[in-house]
Design a protein around this ligand. Structure first.
Ligand SMILES: [Zn+2]
Ligand SMILES: [Zn+2]
Length: 347
């Protein structure tokens, strides 16, 4: 079958590999119908997340169940499904605590041996371990386009909003309007804030932020962000600031612009290495800070919200290309050209 393979830093290819099959009675085989490119795939390509040569990339996908092991109960052959980007067993001590992100038998699809060694979704077929935990059936009345992001960045954005402990009436500032930042904006709305402010460097992303629910946008290239947030909040600072970039600069903006006693939520993926922040500033101002890898426990909940029109992420789907065009697809996504937000590949 065709699959997108990591060659070396900066280089990938479409290659031929053997089609996977079931390995345990808890597995399912899924024919991939659409698979997206994520910022994490770019981190792999750039060498920030090391993977082995010929790793099949990708961890965001929808597809159709082709085959199931005898122990698979929640999905059956022919079902349309979303894949969780992470693999979780549902049975280990961490899974039992609801911490499926830290599953002892899990990992992330397409992220190399350090993350469990599970081949990725940018391929014609994928073996799905612990299928009852990893697959979520798609309701009949929803399209693949409506739900593909549930398996990763929509769940990630939702967790970012949850970690911010947003209360009704809060002012929330979200730094970064890339795909994860945009999903954070869309889900922050569900918690009833009075104002959502989106900050980014690129005007086209800020326009998308408006469509997804930002009440106010700030281009940090053109405006003094800290002064502007002070003005918007009558000098108090934001109740919640969310870091969706993964840079020391934006994390420090989050710290500077949150009010005393406020919450910071971090969801951006930081490059390896240390980040300098003032612990003293946070301590004497009673600031809370939370972060984490996405804990994939909300797929059903998010799909229900999409079904009942509380969430619509279709504005993010700017590019649809074939798996054969993968090099162009990564180039467009990586260079943020053509006003790209999300690229979906169909095998
Ligand atoms: Zn991802
Ligand atoms: Zn587990």
């Amino acid at each position: 079958m065709k699959a997108v393979l990591f060659e070396k830093i900066g280089s990938l290819k479409l290659g031929d590999v053997s089609r996977p099959d079931l390995e345990t009675e808890k597995d399912a085989l899924v024919r991939v119908t659409n698979t997206a490119i994520c910022g994490t795939d770019l981190h792999i390509l750039n060498g920030n997340i090391p993977v082995e040569e010929n790793t099949i990339l990708g961890h965001e996908a929808v597809g159709v169940v082709e085959k199931t092991g005898s122990d698979v109960k929640r999905v059956k052959i022919g079902d349309r499904v979303v894949l969780s980007c992470t693999v979780q067993c549902g049975q280990c001590t961490n899974c039992k605590k609801g911490l499926v992100a830290l599953c002892k038998h899990g990992g992330i699809f397409g992220c190399g041996k350090q993350r469990g060694g599970f081949p990725g979704t940018q391929a014609e077929y994928i073996r799905v371990p612990f299928a009852d935990m990893v697959l979520e059936p798609i309701p009949d009345d929803l399209t693949e386009e409506q739900v593909i992001l549930v398996g990763d960045i929509l769940s990630t954005g939702y967790m970012a909003s949850e970690n911010g402990s947003i209360l009704p009436g809060d002012i929330v500032v979200i730094f970064g309007a890339g795909p994860v930042g945009l999903c954070t904006i869309a889900t922050a709305r569900l918690f009833g804030p009075s104002l959502i402010v989106s900050v980014d460097l690129l005007d086209y992303r800020l326009e998308a932020a408006k469509h997804l629910g930002a009440d106010m946008i700030i281009n940090s290239r053109k405006t003094d962000i800290l002064e502007e947030i002070k003005r918007i909040t009558d000098g108090r600072g934001a109740d919640v600031t969310i870091e969706a970039v993964g840079s020391a600069e934006t994390l420090n903006y989050c710290i500077e612009s949150v009010r005393g006693g406020g919450n910071i939520s971090i969801v951006g993926v930081f490059p390896p290495g240390m980040v300098e922040i003032s612990m003293k500033k946070m301590l004497i101002r009673n600031i809370q800070i939370r972060m984490g890898l996405v804990n994939m426990v909300n797929m059903g909940r998010l799909m229900s919200r999409i079904k009942h029109r509380k969430l619509d992420l279709r504005p993010l789907m700017t590019h649809k290309m074939s798996l054969g065009e993968v090099r162009d697809a990564y180039r467009i996504f990586g260079s943020r050209s053509e006003n790209v937000l999300k690229v979906v590949l169909h095998p």
